[in-house]
Design a protein around this ligand. Structure first.
Ligand code: NDP
Ligand code: OXD
Length: 307
């Protein structure tokens, strides 16, 4: 019985230390050194090996990311549980990124940086936090701590999810029927949805048209949520004021890509949050212990929903 780790080797070395310390009975293999493939019971991956059938005794596929779209679930046998990453470093990193990007858009930083770099000194009226409505698409594990931090600034907060949620201090909307009402109240819109068949391409012209004039958009989820040409058109038409994007499709965007050059777009290279090295290994160990004692694991993906 062994676990196979397939992702960045430096992180893998840290995982190997944690496993050696806490589960010396469970050999840790670092891809591409699989050893005997029939011994592999667990895998922790960003993207799995092409031929999963070569590991006939695999019992659980752990994603080292919170998102699982990169796994291509259609290639993963139905009987195999897929478990996504839920761990504290991901949540705190995302909360920081969301607070930074909301503050930047609320305080019109893309405008001021452009203005001062261009030799100007123009000022705009200061908008109070209490009049800058912030809405988050997705009310999950990453969205909720971010909303909690945003509350400290006094922003009126709302959130949108698939099923009905209750989050203290947040006006919650659910489902397609309530999306228009949610969007109408977002001066800054933050996307923290998983990428699924339902959510792919959601950040499009139709959605932008339902936001208040001059709204700002943050996408810290996946590049596939955004229809890039629609964003550029909405910015150029003045419908949106600015966008902060941590994710693009593809990543990285090609050299001459319109997003890279657009004055109202700030890009970051998928760094909004990162799985903690040690904490992630410990979370996977805890889930293996649950699995081995017949208890439910934390973060099992619902294959029908896709997240
Ligand atoms: P969760 O699964 O905990 O939460 C997802 C939320 O989205 C839930 O509230 C869910 O609704 C909602 N949702 C899903 N589908 C729909 C839909 N069709 N309509 C409305 N709401 C929907 O995910 P996390 O918070 O852990 O992560 C979110 C995403 O963030 C990840 O999937 C990943 O893509 C991205 N990510 C990006 C990182 C980065 O560095 N840029 C780092 C980590 C993650 P419900 O509550 O009803 O289930
Ligand atoms: C994730 C990510 O999904 O880092 O964890 O994007």
């Amino acid at each position: 019985m062994a676990i196979l780790y397939k992702s960045e080797a430096r992180r893998g070395a840290e995982w190997a230390r944690v496993f050696a310390e806490k589960r010396p009975d469970l050999p840790f293999r670092l891809w591409p050194e699989t050893g005997d493939p029939t011994a592999i019971r667990y895998m922790a991956v960003w993207v799995p090996p092409d031929d999963l059938a070569a590991f006939p005794n695999l019992e659980v596929l752990f994603s080292i990311g919170a998102g699982v779209d990169q796994l291509d679930l259609s290639r993963v046998p139905d009987h195999l549980p897929v478990v996504r990453m839920i761990e504290p470093a991901l949540a705190s990193g995302m909360a920081e990124y969301v607070v930074w990007s909301v503050l930047s858009l609320h305080r019109r930083m893309p405008f001021y940086l452009r203005e001062t770099r261009g030799g100007g000194w123009g000022q705009q009226p200061l908008r109070e936090a209490e009049s800058c409505r912030v809405g988050v698409m997705g009310l999950g594990v990453l969205a909720q701590p971010a909303l909690e931090r945003l509350a400290a600034f006094g922003y009126p907060l709302s959130g949108w999810s698939r099923s009905r949620r209750t989050v203290p201090g947040v006006t919650c909307y659910a489902g397609a029927a309530e999306l228009p009402a949610f969007l109408a109240g977002c001066d800054v819109l933050v996307c923290l949805l998983p990428l699924t068949e339902e959510t792919r391409g959601m950040l499009n012209a139709d959605l932008f048209a339902q936001l208040p004039q001059g709204a700002g958009v943050v996408n810290a989820a996946r590049g596939g949520h955004l229809v890039q040409a629609d964003l550029i058109a909405a910015l150029d038409a003045g419908r949106l004021s600015a966008a902060i994007l941590d994710v693009t499709d593809p990543e990285p965007p090609p050299g001459g890509d319109a997003l890279r050059a657009h004055p109202q777009v700030w890009l970051t290279p998928h760094i909004a949050s990162m799985t903690g090295w040690r904490s992630a290994a410990e979370v996977v160990l805890a889930n293996i212990a649950r699995h081995e004692s017949g208890r439910p694991m934390d973060g099992v993906v619902d294959r029908a929903r896709g997240y």
